[in-house]
Design a protein around this ligand. Structure first.
Ligand code: XMP
Length: 517
């Protein structure tokens, strides 16, 4: 069996980066919340090593989150990070205290002793840059541990128990601002835990195909195609796993981009010969949304209607036992809240939240542990063309969450669709498409006065958004040159009736999100 690392999550906003770094080093890893793990799970998962994540709680609180006791009886290496370090110390007989000297952001630590985590990376006597984010700190070490690095705010910045192969750090090796962090994690997974680093996307594909076969048996599966990369990868993976047991349903919500519906139908029907039901449901979506313009309610309504339509289609084909979805890891993390104070819900992405209880199908979500770029790798493994796999992400609710503050109508969707198509065409023509994570137009509810020809206009404002990102969790706005922005602006205003002003969004994430809603 492939080596597996278990990451126990205490709710840090950056836990998923731990999984990412571990997988980048060729080791499979999964994240599970601390309160969703029992002894049977630990036995079945059989981790080669365990990493305890950071988190927003304080060990000094009553009933603070803790690692299951069995974790320390399994004889496997453990690495505690930030809160993970603190709970580890407390649970093993040390003490954590609330400190006056908080550290947030860049910090420097002194490497005081040799340690397996540092081999080939940091030498004794050097000062190294790390990223810290803590108020509490370890005040007394658990028995068997020694200090290997210190900082002003954290006298126990890194500690080791060589006999047990337990290591713990106050800083966050998983973030970019700890420049050698990935190597430290690799020293833990490969050096200390002895993982071979042979995990690849091709192995993941085979594993998932097998897992889908196991889960589904001879049941029927219905898969919702949105036109995006994720659901397409799910569909092709499932087709490979279970062939004709799969029926894909493409629901045209009316919120698709220009030409999207035709592309999806041709790819799946003609290229792959996958059973595809094409439902044009735009009238139903517009009617269900009515005058609603609260983003969360729009998502819930769209998600709910999606499920209704799936159910209808499932019934039409004589029933399905499973519904397959392209839920990704960032969707899971940003949408899930669990007790113990973990990540707050920012948006309930419709493909995770809001599934009505009455839904009679179980979920198949083979991409749940993957990041976007990993999904692309998987798509390539499955033979999807690069031009398809490398397409920008597109949210399930589509244009419906890009028309804020006004009721959705076929007319305003049409206006936005045209502007968006021009923008993307210019980006492609300039050779910028692959340098950008996601680019799209937003139709604002504001009308402004303009002058075209000799006439006064009073039309909508269109905002352009383009961001760079590696995983959609954080993003920077794309720095277009002004000449490009000017060209797109005049094309949109000249070619799209209904828009007379164009603005560019220079907000990063955080504090903004990528979508406007
Ligand atoms: P935000 O706006 O949260 O977006 O920074 C991060 C990524 O998620 C996409 N997104 C969604 N995807 N359903 C989806 O399937 C949704 O409701 C949704 N909202 C945002 C967004 O396009 C970006 O890629």
């Amino acid at each position: 069996m492939t080596d597996r690392i278990l990451i126990i999550d205490f709710g840090s906003q950056v836990t998923q980066l731990i999984a990412r770094r571990v997988r980048e080093s060729g080791v499979y890893s999964e994240i599970h919340p601390f309160n969703a793990i029992d002894d049977a799970f630990l036995d079945a998962y059989a981790p080669k090593a365990i990493i305890l994540s950071g988190g927003p709680a304080s060990v000094t609180w009553e009933d603070s989150p803790a690692a299951p006791t069995k974790v320390f009886d399994m004889g496997v290496p453990i690495l505690g990070i930030c809160y993970g370090q603190q709970t580890m110390m407390e649970q093993l007989g040390g003490k954590v205290e609330t400190s006056d000297h908080q550290e947030f952001g860049r910090a420097h630590i002194d490497i005081t002793e040799d340690c397996a985590l540092f081999h080939g990376v940091w030498d004794v006597g050097t000062k190294e840059q790390v990223w810290m984010s803590h108020g509490d700190r370890v005040g007394k070490l658990a028995p068997g541990f020694r200090v290997v690095a210190t900082s002003e705010g954290a006298p126990y910045a890194a500690v080791a128990n060589d006999e047990k192969n337990y290591y713990a750090v106050q800083f966050h090796p998983e973030v970019y601002h700890t420049p050698h962090g990935a190597q430290l994690l690799k020293n833990f997974t490969h050096g200390v835990a002895g993982c071979s680093g042979d995990w690849t996307m091709s192995a993941f594909k085979d594993q998932k195909i097998e897992a889908v076969r196991q889960q589904v048996g001879d049941g029927k599966v219905i898969c919702g195609l949105s036109g995006g990369v994720d659901s397409s990868v799910v569909a092709v993976l499932l087709h490979e796993a279970i062939g004709e047991q799969l029926t894909c349903v493409f629901v045209d919500t009316g919120f698709m981009r220009m030409g999207e519906a035709e592309q999806v139908v041709s790819l799946f029907k003609d290229h792959y010969n996958i059973e595809l039901v094409h439902v044009n449901a735009s009238d139903r979506f517009f009617e269900a949304l009515g005058d609603e313009f609260d983003p969360e309610k729009k998502r819930k309504t769209i998600g709910g209607l999606f499920i209704d339509i799936f159910e209808e289609e499932a019934n039409r084909i004589g029933g399905a036992d499973y519904l397959a979805q392209g839920t990704l890891y960032p969707d899971v993390i940003e949408s899930v809240s669990f007790t113990g104070g973990p990540s707050v819900t920012i948006k309930s992405h419709h493909n995770v939240g809001g599934l009505p209880e009455r839904m009679n199908m179980q979920l198949v979500e083979p991409l749940r542990e993957l990041f976007k770029d990993e999904v692309r790798g998987l798509g390539r493994e499955l033979g999807l063309p690069d031009s398809f796999v490398d397409r920008h992400p597109f949210p399930g609710p589509g244009l419906a969450i890009r028309i804020p503050g006004q009721p959705l109508t076929p007319e305003n969707c049409d206006i936005l669709r045209k502007a968006d198509a021009i923008y993307l065409e210019e980006i492609r023509n300039s050779g910028l498409y692959d340098a950008i994570w996601q680019a799209f137009a937003v139709l604002l509810p504001v009308r402004t006065v303009g002058v075209m020809g000799d006439a006064r206009t009073y039309d909508f404002v269109c905002a352009l958004r383009a961001v760079t990102s590696t995983d959609g969790m954080t993003a920077d706005y794309y720095h277009f040159d002004h000449e490009f922005l000017g060209r797109v602006t005049s094309r949109i205003i000249n070619e799209v009736r209904g828009i007379n002003r164009v603005v560019y969004d220079c907000t990063s994430k955080p504090p903004g999100t990528i979508e406007w809603e």
